[in-house]
Design a protein around this ligand. Structure first.
Ligand code: NIG
Ligand code: FE
Length: 417
């Protein structure tokens, strides 16, 4: 057995406790000063102060990792991304800078549909190659688990290819990948006005194959004005649930359509975006098991108003934060940017932001029993920051402070400053 002992962390953030954390509980990050962690193989064996752990062990049996002057945290869980795609859409970013909107670009054939052809034309190997590069960037930011969606194929072959590429990446890369089927991501021109037919095609022809190959755990839909309406989204989500998929939804991003309410009544694990969630939607999320996943880097890139995180937390919601890395609305997976936006513009405390990026992200991908906190029995997915306190995260604004990443008990990334 490999035994490692992290000693003398200036601040050890455990995030332990019942998941997800809702409302006020989000402030409780279980911080231990002069903390330590015992790792046995790929799992966390014990957590406490260095003094407590010193008494428990024979140091000769352990590889000692000195964390003096460092903050130690659970690995981040990026619970909403679209990281496997072909091509880029830099032109759209430039158009938006000149005043175009995301939806107007989409209406004239750009947007998501513009990523379909490059993704269709890429081989699975090419998708694996670009996916690997993006996972490497995530790891540098301390992300140890990521959720990835299909949705740039819209036909059976390409959707399956995207999901297979992610399954392959999960095998060959240290970052764990949770896969989501997002067939109804946009409406192809030939299906305009016939959205239900498109959804039925996905349900009858594509999703049974996804299930048969066990390619995706979650099903998701882009519920939005001009994309899939509430009725069609509800129909899809209920069918997906019957087929055994867990549910997610892109909800209330540009318009207040009732996506948060739909997420609550269909039993989604998470409702994502939520910039325009209604008060009633917020109330329903607070009272249901839905996690409110906020994607502030997308709002930032689209110059939209941020989701009402403060109102959500004060109402008792469980908030997660994720990057939404994708080729259109948000081509960044920069965790320190999410920290800055959460603290500065969404009025969240750093403790709440940390909860949103760890244990609540883990709950949003139904992994809270395995990851998202530094607790006995969980995977040893642990990161070290260069500085001694969590307060440096918003203070050293948008600077990546991650120095070391331990995944499944092994050091997989280390930065020399
Ligand atoms: O979550 N809103 C829909 N889907 C993505 C954008 C995907 C794209 O523009 O390629 C999102 O922001
Ligand atoms: Fe998204």
């Amino acid at each position: 057995m490999t035994k490692r002992y992290i000693r003398h962390a200036s601040e050890l953030v455990t995030c332990k406790g019942q998941a997800p954390k809702r409302g006020k509980e989000m402030s409780d990050i279980g911080l231990i000063e002069d903390g330590g962690v015992l790792i046995h193989d790929d799992k966390i064996f014990a957590v406490g102060t260095t003094e407590e752990l010193d008494k428990m062990i024979n140091p000769d049996e352990y590889e000692i990792i000195d964390a003096t002057g460092k903050t130690v945290l659970p690995g981040f869980v990026d619970s909403h991304t679209h990281f496997v795609f072909g091509g880029y859409r830099a032109d759209e970013f430039t158009w938006r800078l000149k005043g175009d909107s995301y939806m107007s670009i989409m209406e004239r054939g750009g947007g998501i549909n513009a990523t379909i052809n490059p993704t269709k034309n890429a081989t699975e190997e090419e998708l694996v190659a670009v996916g690997r590069e993006r996972l490497n960037r995530m790891l540098e930011f301390g992300v140890t688990t990521v959720e990835g969606k299909s949705g740039y194929g819209m036909d059976c072959e390409t959707e399956l290819k995207q999901l297979r590429a992610m399954k392959e990446l999960d095998k060959i890369h240290p970052v764990d990948i949770v896969t989501t089927f997002l067939g109804p991501h946009s409406v192809l021109p030939q299906y305009k006005g016939k959205e239900r037919e498109f959804i039925d095609m996905m349900i009858n022809e594509v999703m049974p194959k996804v299930k048969a190959e066990d390619l995706a755990e979650f099903a998701d839909i882009f519920c939005e004005k001009g994309v899939f309406n509430i009725e069609d989204s509800e129909y899809y989500l209920n069918k997906a649930k019957e087929m055994g998929f867990k549910l997610k939804i892109h909800a209330d991003e540009m318009f207040s359509l009732g996506g948060a309410e739909l997420a609550s009544r269909t039993g989604c694990f998470s409702a994502d975006h939520l910039l325009k969630a209604s008060d009633e939607g917020i109330r329903q999320m607070a009272e249901s098991s839905v996690i409110s996943t906020l994607l502030p880097a997308t709002a930032f890139c689209l110059k939209e108003e941020y989701a009402p995180a403060r109102k959500m937390i004060d109402s008792g919601c469980a908030v997660a934060i994720a990057s939404d890395l994708n080729p259109g609305s948000c081509f960044t997976n920069n965790i320190p940017l999410l920290v800055a936006l959460g603290c500065i513009y969404m009025n969240m405390s750093i403790e709440e932001v940390i909860t949103a990026l760890t244990i609540n992200g883990a709950a949003a991908v139904d992994r809270a029993d395995q990851i998202g906190s530094i607790e006995e029995g969980k995977k040893a997915d642990i990161i070290f920051l260069k500085y001694p306190s969590i307060n440096y995260m918003p203070y050293h604004t948008t600077i990546n402070l991650v120095e070391t990443v331990i995944k499944n008990g092994e050091t997989v990334y280390h930065k020399e400053w």
